[in-house]
Design a protein around this ligand. Structure first.
Ligand code: ATP
Ligand code: MG
Length: 572
């Protein structure tokens, strides 16, 4: 295609609103434009990238035996009420009423709709396994949409749903999807890692997230430096500590800690290491308030707490609740004499002696507080985040932490939805059985953004060949008839050889064209001008390495053929 006929509104300067590289470069390279918070138009170049990723996904899903269909974006409340997610999903679910006052929502995910289809259309185990997928626009009214396509409200997702007659079958299907995801993200040119994941609002038993490792990732991954263990930090297990402090118990002593509320303030003031303090965190969990004891140098893990308490969400209690429960302002809560709420503690608390802890009195802590003697704990559990250096919970090694972008997630759901929605088929004995389901999502826009996070330099994007909007950027640096004619010939020859070519035929200065080409990031650039043509050559540049060479126009197709096979080995 010719630049003169395409809308590619590149920006020279960084747009102020963009915090991450991928968001910045997507705006600057003219891939997307914002319409409202978390809602974007995909411009022609951006859409080409999206379509490329979709195509890779289609090929791999079809190869894995899944079939494509397309469900509606709007779905009726009745379906969501059957699984109770109409209430459970909260504000992320965008609801509306039609003209007859019937409740609808815009689908954030499609378990209900597909399970409804399945129960109406499928009767026998002989029809299984079945795996359906769609590539479709989703809507989630995210509380903080940000980073461009990375966390939008309206975004394109590939979602798949599988149905098997038994657990063995479901696990085979899950593994097939896991393998397909591995092929998809490899083909997209990403460096990623599959990690054990929490199942969140989707539910189910087993789940993996596919994480693209990048500093701008919103998720944290914990992985073993020697073994294969890798998990989302939300989920990464911490083994109960075997450390026991053998120090003799000293008497409980109140100590003035004026205005010292945080772990850092208190431990600096008392000149003790943070691991000698126990913080008491008050949480609102559903309708209950609970106190959670965590060692001073550890971080509480709210996902683990929510799972333990079987609620969807936990939030730190507000100042008023803290005052009401402890009789003191926030910063001085402690378990000694705390009566109104249940006290839970992380495993690490068990072996600690003579700790510093809040005294439920303004500006006061206790020194030498001891479990069982001064306070009791109703339940110990794994309630903290894993830390770098913790032993791997399974297999050898110690944990290391890294940032990751979740581009896809696979779930083994079991009968969670089929049971609630009565989606059963007859087995070989003629008995009704609930189908065992799995679901599998990939964020298409987020995958494109993640690719930019991993593939860019200070000049712009460096697209992996298989998802580049164009393979070759052809730049004419003269408007002469000779150059235009040579460019036109090359343009046709390359397209005849199945290369996607963007011809910058604008009358702009060469410098402007070079900058735009580096910004847009096609893997290969060809510069044609009068001077080179006089020598019988064009200039060829590999975007990633910056290496330039002079090549006779007639040799280009063969040269590119070789380079592109190297750049996309999996497509063969
Ligand atoms: P997150 O934890 O990042 O909010 P999620 O776990 O809720 O994501 P899933 O329900 O697993 O998301 O959805 C499948 C995939 O859809 C995700 O792996 C991600 O790639 C993509 N996705 C989810 N939410 C968004 C969003 N707001 N914007 C863009 N892509 C998204
Ligand atoms: Mg997810």
């Amino acid at each position: 295609m010719k630049s003169s006929q395409l809308l590619i509104p590149t920006l020279r300067d960084d747009p102020g609103e963009a915090e991450t590289v991928s968001h910045r470069l997507m705006l600057r390279a003219g891939l997307i434009r914002k319409v409202a918070a978390g809602i974007y138009t995909y411009l022609p170049l951006g859409l080409r990238v999206i379509r490329k990723i979709e195509q890779i996904i289609r090929e791999e899903m079809n190869r894995a035996g899944a079939q494509e269909l397309l469900m509606p974006i709007a779905s009726p409340a009745e379906l969501w009420q059957e699984t109770a997610r109409w209430d459970y999903y909260g504000k992320e679910l965008l609801r509306f009423k039609d003209r007859h006052e019937r409740d609808f929502c815009l689908g954030p995910t499609h378990e209900e709709v597909i399970t409804d289809l399945f129960r109406r259309e499928v009767r026998s185990y002989r029809q299984l396994p079945l795996n359906f997928y769609q590539i479709q626009t989703k809507f989630r009214d995210e509380i903080r949409p940000r980073f461009g396509l990375m966390r939008g409200r309206e975004f394109i997702m590939k979602d798949a749903y599988s149905f098997d007659i038994d657990e063995t079958g479901a696990k085979i299907t899950y593994q097939k999807m896991y393998d397909a995801y591995t092929r998809i993200f490899t083909r997209c040119g990403l460096t990623f890692r599959a990690v054990e994941a929490d199942t969140g609002l989707i539910g189910g038993d087993i789940s993996h997230e596919f994480m693209v490792l990048a500093d701008t990732g919103e998720a944290t991954v914990a992985y073993s430096d020697q073994g294969s263990y890798a998990a989302n930090l939300e989920r990464a297990e911490v083994l109960p500590s075997t450390e026991v402090d053998m120090t003799a118990l000293r008497p409980l002593t109140p100590i003035a800690t004026p205005q010292r509320r945080t772990v850092e303030d208190v431990t600096t003031f008392l000149q003790i290491p943070p691991r000698q303090l126990v913080k008491t965190l008050l949480y609102r969990a559903g309708t209950e308030t609970v106190a959670v004891l965590i060692r001073g140098d550890h971080e509480a893990n709210e996902v683990k707490l929510a799972r333990l308490l079987k609620v969807t969400d936990v939030v730190l209690a507000d100042a008023e609740t803290v005052q009401h429960v402890t009789g003191a302002p926030p910063g001085f809560a402690g378990p000694v004499g705390l009566q109104q709420v249940r006290i839970l503690a992380d495993h690490a608390i068990k072996g600690m002696k003579n700790v510093v802890i809040g005294a439920n009195t303004s500006d006061t802590h206790y020194q030498n507080a001891n479990l069982d003697r001064d306070f009791t704990v109703e339940q110990f559990a794994d309630l903290r985040n894993a830390q770098a250096g913790d032993p791997s919970p399974r297999g050898p090694g110690m944990l290391t932490l890294a940032k990751g972008i979740e581009v896809g997630q696979v779930f083994l759901l079991g009968t969670k939805y089929s049971h609630k929605m009565n989606a059963a088929v007859l087995d070989d004995q003629g008995k009704e059985r609930f189908a065992l389901m799995g679901c599998y999502g990939i964020g298409i826009g987020r995958t494109a953004a993640a690719a930019i996070e991993q593939h860019h330099d200070e000049k712009g994007i460096i697209w992996p060949f298989p998802i580049a909007p164009f393979h070759v950027h052809l730049l004419t640096v003269s408007q002469s008839a000779k150059t235009t004619e040579a460019a036109a010939r090359l343009y046709t020859d390359l397209m005849d050889a199945d290369f996607e070519v963007l011809w910058d035929d604008r009358a702009d200065r060469a410098g402007v064209k070079f900058n735009d080409a580096d910004l847009i990031g096609a893997p290969f650039q060809i510069v044609i001008g009068d001077k080179g043509l006089a020598d019988g050559i064009v200039e060829f540049k590999i975007r990633r390495s910056g290496i330039k060479s002079r090549i006779a126009p007639d040799d280009l197709v063969a040269h590119l053929g070789k380079l592109s096979t190297e750049a996309d080995p999996s497509a063969a």
